[in-house]
Design a protein around this ligand. Structure first.
Ligand code: ATP
Length: 514
């Protein structure tokens, strides 16, 4: 674990050093859990958003996009339940004065039991070698059974407490499990309290009675309140979806792990409206579709898992998370929720407007049901960054830091470099840049030795380096160096466009999904 912490620290500093992510307001000592994206970060982030947007809107003829405002009528948040129920249970340690989410402390305790079981398995595997049967071991080993029983009992108690919103019971679990504050090491805990995560501000001048408005904590409500607009103006027939990418804001109690949990972040959400009674079919469909979208990036199929929810939100009748293996464990990057007709019905009730769909096949009007897919851009960014980072040992004792980014997401697709800064090589290199730049993010670099220039591109994940040398002037060929294999091949300038396009275009990714 310590080693993983180390790797994570290196990734965070790499992200800063190479212009991916900066702490917000850094020259004023920063603002907690708020980050800025730098020159390379913004490109990677935009590419992730494009991949999502195009997978939704180009590959599904029944999905359209919108871009709704961050400010919305405050009654929307009353109707959605956020004013009353968008809370996290918080607990303070009296000695360290540190604040924690009670549910997260208990989840971490559950993960400790899982770790213990994993350690027993690893030990046994070492002992038994080839003949080791993991399934049999898990069933029959006494020590494992004991840990698993404790884990299951805790899990059951925790799920019940969360479902009943029983704050006293959450505290009692923390005491019974002897969970200590990682800072003070003590069990001197306060009561558990609910804390609303929405940011408030005021609209209009206070003199004429300003209205309290919220910074949206999710983009989904902007879709629900535009459901009728889009359905009518787009003449949409069920089932159909509305997709949106935009900022969301949550006053998170504990903001940790870099851009994993931020107070200002970005979401990519899609609400898929279906006939009542067909929601489970589409829930299964979107679960599968979304995992395929992730896996197509090639970060490693084993890094993903589903996590079905024990505690369903008040509006949901099924929910699952897609978790990704971050350096700090498997964590949620995306949620897929079957939200019933809760949101549309609530808006109908609170606005007094009829929000229904007339179904020509069934010859009746009803409130559609909704399947939601909701993914955080920043968490997606973090998963891509973490799984791409490698400190590679090279032959001859050299090392390089390389980002094996999925090629279609890389901020820069190719870098063109004259071998030396004379003899007409820079001019030739510029010519190539001027041709490629219309289709690919292309860098020109002539500073330092060629080796250093390659390393700089490796560190930001550029898939291709093109080197112009004296032979180029004679026969119109260049060397094309690949980031991952570092292999160099001699190719004609005329072939560059095709060779690069085949590998770096979003097209190639999208085709895997079709
Ligand atoms: P968590 O349990 O981690 O707080 P959540 O279940 O509240 O997340 P949702 O409300 O389902 O999250 O939001 C959908 C997605 O938005 C999440 O899967 C995540 O990728 C992203 N997200 C939510 N909160 C944050 C945050 N504070 N910072 C960055 N991304 C976030």
């Amino acid at each position: 674990m310590a080693q993983q912490d180390d790797v994570f620290k290196k990734i965070v500093s790499h992200a800063k050093e190479y212009g991916f992510v900066f702490q917000s307001s850094e020259i004023y000592d920063g603002l907690s859990a708020v980050y800025d994206y730098g020159q390379n970060g913004v490109e990677l982030k935009n590419n992730i958003k494009r991949y999502w947007w195009e997978a939704m809107t180009l590959l599904h003829e029944n999905i359209v996009g919108i871009d709704s405002a961050i400010f919305m009528h405050p009654t929307i948040w009353k109707a959605s339940g956020h004013v009353d129920a968008f809370n996290d249970p918080l607990i303070d340690n009296r000695d360290s004065k540190k604040r924690y989410r009670a549910d997260v402390l208990i989840e971490e305790q559950l993960a400790k039991y899982d770790d213990k079981i994993a350690k027993e398995v690893a030990k046994a595997r070492k002992r038994f070698g080839e003949s080791f049967d993991e399934a049999m071991f898990l069933q029959t080993n006494g020590r494992v059974a004991e840990i698993a029983a404790k884990r299951d009992a805790l899990h059951e108690r925790f799920a019940a407490a969360m479902n009943d919103n029983n704050l006293d019971e959450l505290r009692q679990i923390i005491l019974d499990e002897e969970i200590v504050c990682p800072i003070s090491g003590t069990r001197n805990w306060t009561e558990v309290r609910q804390f609303n995560l929405m940011f408030k501000t005021e609209m209009g001048s206070t003199a004429d009675g300003a209205m309290t408005v919220y910074l949206r904590p999710e983009t989904a409500q902007g879709i629900f309140v535009n459901y009728l607009n889009v359905q009518k103006t787009g003449r949409m027939r069920l089932p159909f979806g509305i997709a949106q990418i935009g900022k969301a804001f949550r006053n998170e109690i504990v903001a940790r792990q870099f851009i994993f949990r931020m107070r200002e972040f970005e979401q990519m959400e899609m609400q898929f409206f279906v006939q009542p009674g067909r929601e489970m079919e589409y829930f299964a469909y979107w679960k599968d579709q979304r995992l395929r979208w992730h896996k197509a990036l090639g970060l490693g199929d084993e890094k993903y898992r589903y996590h079905d929810h024990d505690k369903l939100a008040h509006y949901a009748n099924a929910a699952t998370d897609i978790e990704f293996q971050m350096p700090f464990g498997f964590k949620e990057v995306e949620g897929i929720h079957s939200r019933t007709n809760f949101d549309l019905s609530q808006h109908e009730k609170f606005s007094g407007k009829k929000i229904q769909y007339f179904d020509p096949e069934r010859n009746e009007s009803y409130t559609p049901y909704v399947i939601e897919t909701s993914i955080g851009v920043d968490r997606m960014f973090l998963s891509v960054l973490c799984s791409s980072y490698e400190e590679q040992k090279l032959e001859g004792g050299d090392t390089r830091v390389v980002l094996h980014l999925p090629e279609a997401l890389a901020p820069v697709k190719c870098a063109v470099m004259p071998l030396v800064k004379k003899d007409g090589l820079p001019e030739k290199a510029r010519e190539i840049v001027n041709d490629l730049k219309f289709d690919f993010a292309t860098h020109y670099d002539e500073k330092d030795s060629i080796g250093k220039r390659y390393r700089r591109q490796d560190a930001i994940g550029t898939p291709f380096c093109i080197t112009v040398d004296h032979q180029t002037l004679e026969d119109g060929t260049v060397t094309l160096r690949e980031r991952d294999s570092m292999q160099q091949t001699r190719v004609a300038i005329a072939d560059l466009h095709r060779l690069i396009h085949d590998r770096v275009s979003l097209n190639s990714l999208l085709r895997k999904l079709a």
